[in-house]
Design a protein around this ligand. Sequence first.
Ligand code: BF8
Length: 659
Amino acid sequence: MKYRYSILNAEMPDKEDVKRMTPNKATREMLEHLEREGIETAFDRYISQQPQCSFGLSGLCCRRCLWGPCRLSIKGDKRKSRGICGADTNVVVMGNLLRGLAAGCAAHGQHAKEVIETLILTAEGKTGFEIVEKGVILDLAKRFHLDTGKPFDQLAAAAGKILLDDLSRVDEAEMKTLLAYAPQERINTWREMGILPRSAFYEIVEALHKTTLGGDSDWKDLAKQELRTALAYCFSTLFGSSLATEALFGIPRPRTVELNYGILENSCVNILIHGHNPPLAEKIIEKIESPEIQRLAEDSGAQGIQLAGMCCTGLELLARHGIPSLGGILAQELIIGTGAIDAVIVDMQCVVPGFKTVADCWGTEIITTSQSNRIPGATHIPFDPIKADEIALEVARRAVGAYSRRHHSKTNIPAVKTKAIIGFSLEAILDAFGGRKNLLELLESGKIKGIVTVVGCNTTKVPYENSHVIIARELIKHGILVTTTGCSSQALLNAGLCSPAAAELAAEGLREVCQERGIPPVLAVGACVDNTRTIRLFIELAEEAGLPINKLPFLFSGPEPGNEKSIGQGVTFLALGVSVHQGFPGPIPVPIPIAREGSDCLDDYDRGGNDVADFFAEGIHDLLGSRVYSEPYPNLAAKLIQMHIRRKRLEWARAASTH
Ligand code: BF8
C-alpha cells in the first residue's frame, strides 16, 4: 500500500494495489484497458488528490460557517483545539457526522417521496401503473389500524398518505411506521431516551438547524439528534421506499441469474439503467419489450436489446426481473469504458460526474430522468408518474437509437460471467429456511453461528471491493450467514458468493443448511433501501426468541463507506441494538492517536482519545446494547466480527439458561 496515514493508523492503495487486489477479474481488465486508452477514472483522480487532508479525514475540519474553515488539532498548539467560534473537537466531529447523516437522509427521503407519490397517484387511478402486491397494502393497513373493510384503492391511498406523512410531518407526533414495525422494547427505550422522531424531513431540518454557527454546542445533545434522525431515516425513508416499491412492483422471489461484464453483447443494443428509483425503469423495461422498440433495434442492425443495471435501480431490476446488474458506484466509468454501452438511463443518486467524461469518449448517450440529478450535455427527459408510459417510450426510443452511432471496432467486453441466486426478500428468506422458528433453531443449535449483513458503498480508499469479499468469505467460512445489499452485494455477486456453489466455502453446519435448501451462504437482499428486509428479519427472529434484538448474534458491517447515505444505515442498526463494524474511512470517527510525549518519531502514537468515538465504541452500549467496531483491514475485521458473534452466542446461551 502506497499511501500511509499514520495519524489514522490506515493505509490507502495506489492503482497498482487496486489492480492486484480487486477480486473481479473484469475490473482489472477494464482498469488496464482504460489506462491504455488514456482515459481517466475515479481511480486516477484519487491518486491526484494524495495526500488527502488529515483534518478532513479525521472529522476535524469545520466548514459549517463562513468564519471557517477551521482545522482543529488535538496535539501541539492548544489554541488550535477549538474553532474560531469556540467549538471543541467533540462538537465539530459530532456536528459533521450529523450533517452527513442528514444529507443521506435527504437523499433517501427524495427517493421515498417519489415512489410513495407514485403509489398514491396509482391508488387514485391517475397513472398507468398497477399495485401488483396487494398483500403489502393489506398488511400496512392492518399495522396502521385502518378500516380494512374499505375498498382496496382507498386503503392503498390512505396507507401511502401515512408513509408520506411520516416523511414530512412538522407537528409533534410519533411516526406511525416506526410504531407499526419496531419492537415494543425498542420503542420504550427510544421514548425514554427522548429520541423518537417526528418525520424525516423535520429531523433533517432540526439537524441542520442545531449545527449552524452558534447553534447546539452540546455534543451529547447532537448525538441524540443523530440517533433521532437515524430513526426517521430508517422508519420513513427506507421503509417508505422499500414498502411502496414492493406494493407497486412486487416482492422479489429467488431466481438464478448470470451477471458481470460478460453479459454485454457486441451485437445487441446495450442499455445501462442506473440510479435508485425504479418506477420509470419498470416502465422502460416494459416498453423495451414492445414490438415498436424491438423493431427499431432490428432496423438499426442489432440482434436484440440487452438491458443491464447498476447501483440500486440495477439491483431492484435484478431482484424483480433478473436483469443482470454489472457493478457498484466505482464501476460506472469502467462499464462505459467497454465502449459497448449505447445509452445510460439514470434517475437519481450515485451517478458520478466523471462518468459523462468517459461517456463522451465513446459517444454514449446519457439520458437523465430526475429533476434532482441533471448532467450537463445529457438528454433530459424528466419522469412524471402520470405520463410514465409516454415518457418511458420516448426514453426507450432514444436509447435504442444510439446503437447506430457505436464504434464496433473499439469495444472491449471482459468475458467474465458469474452465476447467482438473487431475490431474497424477507418473505423469500423465511420460506428458504422453513419459517422464522426453523431459522431461529438453526441459529440456536449453532449450525448457523450468526447473521451478519455486509452492505454499503465502495471507496477508492481501500482496494476496490476487496474488503467486502474478504469479510464475507471469512464469515461464511466460520459458519456465519451473510445478507447483503447495495454496492457490497454487487461485489459479492460478481465474486460468486451468492451462488449455491459458494456453500462449499462455508463451515460445515452452514454448508449443510445451504446445500439442503439449494441456497447460497450470502443472500442478496436488494437495494440499499431494502436493508429494511434484514431489519425486519432481525425483528422477526428476536420476536420468535422473545428477546431484544441486542441479545442475538447479529451484526452490521459496512466495509467500504462512501456515500453520506451509509451513515444512516450504520446508526439505524446501532439504534436497533445491532453492533456495527465500519471499514475505512468510517463515518463514525475513530479515536485520534496522539503523538507520544517526548518522541520525535512520526509513527510513535498513543491510541489517543475522542469522546465521540468513545461514545460510539462504549457509551452507547449502556443505552442501546450495541457498539461500533472500527477496523480498516478486512481480515482483522472478520476476526473482530467473529469474536462479537461468539460473545453474543455466549450471552444468549446464558440468558436462555436463566429463563
Ligand atoms: O444506495 S451502496 S454507493 S449505490 S449509497 Fe450508492 Fe452506496 Fe452504492 Fe445505492 Ni447505497
